[in-house]
Design a protein around this ligand. Structure first.
Ligand SMILES: [Zn+2]
Length: 202
């Protein structure tokens, strides 16, 4: 049985539902908050409440946004309209943004096609993507779904629909990780890197 007040038990219980947080870590976080000076617990509570209340999906690209408005990328006039990068989730979008160098727009599918788990094209934001493309002005669609069976299935499905629209369809290259030794790479990665080899520019 627990010797902690119910309020603390409830909070610990909620925290352990998060990935990577076990009971010990949750307990440590809660005690750290209790020891924190001033308004820290209340500020955290308010931040959580704001997320629950205000965070929505962008009506255009389905990235995370606030209060039903366009996301920061769709609202940014400096981003090129002619290139759309298709990703599975908002976290994939963050990964590409963190890498820098992409100045186009995105479209977040909300997952990948997985027939075994009953996820079909109609469960993803594919119709919304086609409507966007039919508005015109898009010259290239970059398929940045994951390098998994589901990601590849999704990319193939999209390529088949989008290519007839006269839009260039590209796929992220597969290759060796930076700083990685060839001898530690798996054979699938090596064979894809070999297929996607590029001319040496010196
Ligand atoms: Zn958006």
């Amino acid at each position: 049985m627990s010797y902690l007040p119910d309020a603390l038990e409830t909070l610990i219980g909620e925290l352990t539902r998060l990935p990577g947080i076990g009971r010990k870590t949750a307990q440590r976080l809660v005690f750290c908050l209790l020891r924190a000076p001033g308004e820290a617990p209340r500020q955290l509570a308010e931040a959580l409440e704001r997320v629950a209340r205000d965070v929505t999906f962008c009506p255009r690209c389905f990235n995370l946004a606030e209060q039903g408005a366009l996301c920061k990328i769709c609202a940014d006039p400096r981003r090129r309209e002619a290139v759309i990068c298709v990703v599975e989730t908002p976290t994939d979008l963050i990964a590409i943004e963190r890498a820098g160098g992409f100045d186009g727009r995105y479209h977040v599918l909300g997952g990948a096609i997985n027939p075994l788990e009953g996820v079909g094209p109609e469960d993803l934001h594919i119709d919304d993507l086609i409507s966007r493309l039919q508005e015109g002005g898009v010259e290239e669609l970059i398929l940045a779904s994951n390098a998994t069976l589901d990601g590849d299935t999704t990319a193939l499905y999209l390529a088949r629909i989008v290519q007839p629209l006269g839009i260039a369809v590209t796929r992220l290259a597969r290759g060796l990780p930076m700083g990685g030794d060839l001898e530690f790479a798996d054979e699938h990665t090596i064979s894809r890197a070999l297929q996607a080899r590029t001319r040496f520019e010196s």
